[in-house]
Design a protein around this ligand. Structure first.
Ligand SMILES: [Cu+2]
Length: 292
């Protein structure tokens, strides 16, 4: 369970799931409980076998909200699409919930607070050329992704208000660490750029990003923070496989996954690091191989 922030209190559930799974494996657990769920699929995370679902109240378990649910089997993932209306059975063992049955009941337009429909048009794969996009940096300068032509770059998507330490803040820590490693290595210095794009442009203005960049010891010669109009950042995030679902209740909470992408000097995708489990050492090894 990684790279995902759920809305409201199940965030704690999401954050604790790894620990709880371990506990469940070591001690006798109470028999699983089953609940019926009705909702709309907003995003499909095939690699993690999870679905982001905006669901109605789950009687006896939780109020209606949007969150990501693990799916018990690969076959239940087959044919799942954003916009699909479903009923499902949620089986809860200790605090770990799993969807063990899913029934398609229809489709409906997606709410306009998500970019997941754009993801249906296709996500960049290794070898694909990154499309250009017009953005603005933390110094309020117009920037195009093509500005990075000729230099490899590592790009990730974040929002500054992310409340979960192991999600966006982990990306920021990793980028700061890579910035330090680049500076300390004569073979790497000046040969990789870092780019963090906000998918919360309403809040993350250039001024907000400038303050945030300073708080992360950003060297502007190496690390650029980008924002833009929401249509542009939503489409770009979707192209890079990042689904963005804004909360109804609270503007500060965004359900999203994490994808960090290494792009070569010709603008082609070299490698995609999903979630927050990747290490800066692994990325630096890939960068060294790329620069050879
Ligand atoms: Cu986040």
């Amino acid at each position: 369970m990684s790279g995902e922030s759920a809305l409201g209190w199940p965030r704690a559930l999401a954050a604790c799931a790894g620990v709880l799974l371990l506990t469940a494996a070591c001690t006798a657990s109470p028999p699983p409980q089953q609940y019926e769920l009705t909702g709309q699929v907003l995003a499909v995370y095939a690699d993690r076998q999870e679905l982001a679902i905006k669901h109605e109240d789950i009687v006896g378990y939780m109020p209606g909200m949007t969150m990501s649910f693990p799916v018990a089997t690969k076959s239940l993932m087959a044919g799942r699409t954003p916009g699909e209306l479903i009923t499902a059975t949620l089986e809860v063992n200790a605090l770990v919930g799993n969807l063990v049955a899913i029934t398609h009941v229809g489709t409906a337009p997606l709410p306009d607070n998500t970019n997941t429909l754009a993801m249906v048009e296709g996500i960049l794969q290794v070898g694909d050329v990154v499309p250009d996009a017009a953005l603005v940096d933390q110094q309020d300068r117009r920037r195009s992704l093509s500005d990075w032509g000729g230099t490899p770059y590592l790009m990730t998507f974040i929002y500054t208000r992310c409340p979960l330490p192991n999600f966006c803040p982990a990306m920021n820590r990793n980028f700061a660490s890579i910035q330090g490693s680049l500076a300390a290595d004569a073979g790497l210095a000046g040969r990789l750029q870092l780019v963090s794009v906000s998918f919360d442009p309403e809040h993350d203005t250039p001024a907000v990003l400038a303050e945030f960049a300073a708080a992360h010891d950003t060297d502007p010669a190496v690390w650029t923070w980008l924002t833009g109009d929401r249509i542009t950042t939503d489409r770009l995030a979707a192209k890079f496989g990042v689904s963005v679902i804004r909360g109804d209740a609270s503007a500060t909470e965004v359900v999203h996954n994490l994808r960090t992408t290494l792009v070569d000097a010709e603008g082609r995708v070299v490698k995609i690091y999903s979630g927050s489990e990747w290490t800066t050492d692994a990325v630096l090894a890939d960068v060294r191989a790329l620069l050879k």
